[in-house]
Write a protein that binds this ligand. Sequence first.
Ligand SMILES: Cc1cc2nc3c(=O)[nH]c(=O)nc-3n(C[C@H](O)[C@H](O)[C@H](O)COP(=O)(O)OP(=O)(O)OC[C@H]3O[C@@H](n4cnc5c(N)ncnc54)[C@H](O)[C@@H]3O)c2cc1C
Length: 288
Amino acid sequence: MSVIWIVAENPDWAAVLVSAAKSVSADAKITVFTPSLPADGLWEDYTPALVAKAKAEKPSLILLGTSRRGRDLAARSAALLDAPCFSDAKNLALNGNAFTCDTNVYGGTAVRTDSTTEPLVLATIGPKTFEPDPAGVAGASVGTLEYSPGRTKVTGRKPRPPQTVNLGEATKVVAVGRGFSEEKDLAAAKELAAALGAEVACSRPIAEFFKWLPEECYIGISGQIIKPQLYVAVGISGQAQHTFGIRDAKVIVSVNKDAECLMHQHADYCITGEWQMVIPALIKAVKA
Ligand SMILES: Cc1cc2nc3c(=O)[nH]c(=O)nc-3n(C[C@H](O)[C@H](O)[C@H](O)COP(=O)(O)OP(=O)(O)OC[C@H]3O[C@@H](n4cnc5c(N)ncnc54)[C@H](O)[C@@H]3O)c2cc1C
């Protein structure tokens, strides 16, 4: 039986990580740690406690979320434990004493399978990689981690502006890229999205450089990673940093004037043409 530890920021993450743990071994002995962070504390300050406990109690696998906090704690702990750490792992498996998992490489354009026989492995798991376990943490043991204050303190917090979209939950998304040369042109994409019942998203330059849409709207390796049923990319070239965010989209449609663009290579349906012609025709077709 494997001994698997889960370090989760909240019950939602814990339920996903329990699913991941059970995928490795149905009869795993699972312990869940959901430590409460002091108001002036940093998640990384759980590193000493996690490392000391792991050295003493020797779990075979420690799973954390791919959030900033999870990645930070995983990387620090793995370095101090001299253990391998797999980021954004999927298809986890334990065969005998060999732990195997897949990770995306080259910006998500390829998948690498790694295997290790190290006695302790750490892995971070994406929020959508496993369905949350319906039983949550029921059946798992509850562990505690002592908080050791570090030299850095949080001196203040301010709320983010409220999110205008929840792309993580969207089933249909229409995304715009630099094929749009003026902000007012986005109205056409918004109209298509409305006709489809889709959310509007974008490539990074549209949000970060032009500020035509909020930053939470951009898709990709440094933005949102989404899993919609339908993703319509309009005027997006399809660079690896962007397509990383849609690798699990079910159906991808690319609208681009360049027949050779990379996005067409990722798409299930390609429409080659100027969006100024294609979008009105799509809206008409959807409405019909
Ligand atoms: C470290 C790093 C991280 C990054 N992270 C991200 C990320 O998370 N997300 C992201 O999106 N990018 C990211 N990028 C940027 C990324 O490399 C690309 O530069 C960006 O995705 C390109 O955006 P785009 O496709 O909108 O623009 P472009 O590459 O300029 O493509 C515009 C496309 O529009 C087409 N087009 C032009 N006019 C029309 C028209 N009238 N009708 C139809 N098509 C038309 C063109 O043929 C072209 O294919 C990152 C880059 C780096 C270096």
